[in-house]
Design a protein around this ligand. Structure first.
Ligand SMILES: [Zn+2]
Length: 183
């Protein structure tokens, strides 16, 4: 758990105003959490921290890449991470109560006597949120660099092709023609 301390910021000593931090995140970071469904994390999380009176404005920029399992063919698929997240952290007397009541997901409360911002859970959450929803190589990627070509070809054969679709309509047209002629 000691690794998490790397992601703590002792804010008491910080001057009011903006401060920048940068964190290189790899698979090692996620060892403190449950098993992940991605690997080969190579991410940079940049933080702009604006210290105000009684609160902080935090902007996280997530960039880099990781690998997920393709939902279609099961191969490893590299994904680019790119997203930013803004949160407000307020210093209060009753943070537990306030956090429970707060409906804005971007507002957090910590104890007025707290001396550190603990970033690791936010970093964890924001990297997860940065992963694109569609974890799939695309249809056109047969022969592409990341796909399991055998699986994709089998899947394509199972699907009625565009050509078959057209010929059904052509046959229907012919059938219609016959009907009209017979009237
Ligand atoms: Zn795939």
């Amino acid at each position: 758990m000691s690794g998490k301390r790397t992601y703590d910021i002792a804010f008491v000593g910080l001057k009011p105003g903006e401060h920048q931090f940068s964190y290189e995140i790899t698979d090692k970071f996620f060892q403190d959490y449950d098993e992940q469904d991605f690997t080969d994390v190579n991410a940079t999380v940049k933080l702009n921290l604006d210290k105000k009176t009684g609160f902080f404005l935090l902007k996280f920029d997530v960039g880099g890449s990781l690998k997920v399992i393709c939902d279609r063919c099961g191969n490893n698929l590299p994904m680019q991470l790119w997203d930013e997240f803004k949160i407000v952290v307020k210093l209060v007397d009753n943070p537990d109560e306030m956090n429970e009541q707060e409906e804005d997901p971007d507002v957090y409360y910590i104890d007025r006597n707290e001396s550190h911002l603990h970033l690791s859970d936010w970093i964890y959450e924001f990297i997860n949120l940065s992963i694109p929803m569609t974890r799939m190589c695309n249809d056109a990627e047969i022969g592409g660099p990341y796909c399991n070509k055998e699986v994709l070809e089998k899947l394509n054969k199972l699907r009625p092709s565009e050509d078959n679709h057209h010929s059904i309509w052509k046959d229907l047209d012919k059938f219609k023609g016959l009907e009209e002629n017979s009237n």
